[in-house]
Design a protein around this ligand. Sequence first.
Ligand code: NAP
Length: 250
Amino acid sequence: MSSASPALDGLTVVVAGAASASGIACASLLSRHGAAVVAIGSHAGRLQDALGHLDGVDLRVCNLTDAPAVTDLSHFLAADYPSLDGLIHLVGGWRGGSGITGQTDDDYELLHTSVLTTLRNTTRAFYPSLLASARGRVAIVSSTAVDSPTAAAASYAALKSAAETWTRAVADGFRRDREAAGDNTAPSAGQTSAATILVVKALVDDALRAAHPERKFPGYTHVDDLAAAVVGLYAAEAQTVNGQRIILSS
Ligand SMILES: NC(=O)c1ccc[n+]([C@@H]2O[C@H](COP(=O)([O-])OP(=O)(O)OC[C@H]3O[C@@H](n4cnc5c(N)ncnc54)[C@H](OP(=O)(O)O)[C@@H]3O)[C@@H](O)[C@H]2O)c1
């Protein structure tokens, strides 16, 4: 495989929130590149329906809003795999309302839990393993709404913004903790882990296109292109993608 199409043999990558079209695309491509993929969802049936057809993808049910459950899962995976080399965090959700006054507390709480709490839980639980990895990568998928927030989606944009900030803080941790360990005797022996924000306007997949042949989906990112961007993070040096915000929408 070329440097833009890296071999991921020997790596273990967790796809958190894997039962959607984006999860299927990421799990499939990571697996095709040789990674062992652990696919996490909150519902066994949906996870099986989405990914059960993929050989070698390890399906794990975990409610990622439950911090102790995520910590337990990290211990199970540490026992089952020699390393943990990626966390592709896809749990999202969307709620909108009628202008600023239509931003309800219920919607805010739901988004806070799904967008931010799940990310805090996975990154805290898996951080030590990702830091120790020779090629650790964390990726989230954020939204152009962070740059151009609308009144109708104020809560969503605010929480995606918070998720971006958390991810940049994880990036800071990767840089500082590796330096603190003194493991920087040579450029290539320094930082090996990176946390990156991938930004889309919206996602589209073949089924959505087929269901709406009249629509053009302008600026949308196909889930296969998202998956390629995720795999591409492994082709880059950690320092060059750590803390970066990469726009994928056209
Ligand atoms: N779709 C878009 O147009 C769009 C636009 C901008 C940004 N994004 C971002 O891109 C990412 C991927 O988008 P998406 O639409 O594929 O994501 P999604 O459907 O919102 O979430 C992905 C998966 O997460 C799982 N999940 C939800 N709650 C969970 C929990 N508590 N524990 C474990 N798994 C849970 C869901 O499956 P189960 O319920 O079966 O567990 C779901 O299939 C998200 O972060 C999203 O915010 C998407």
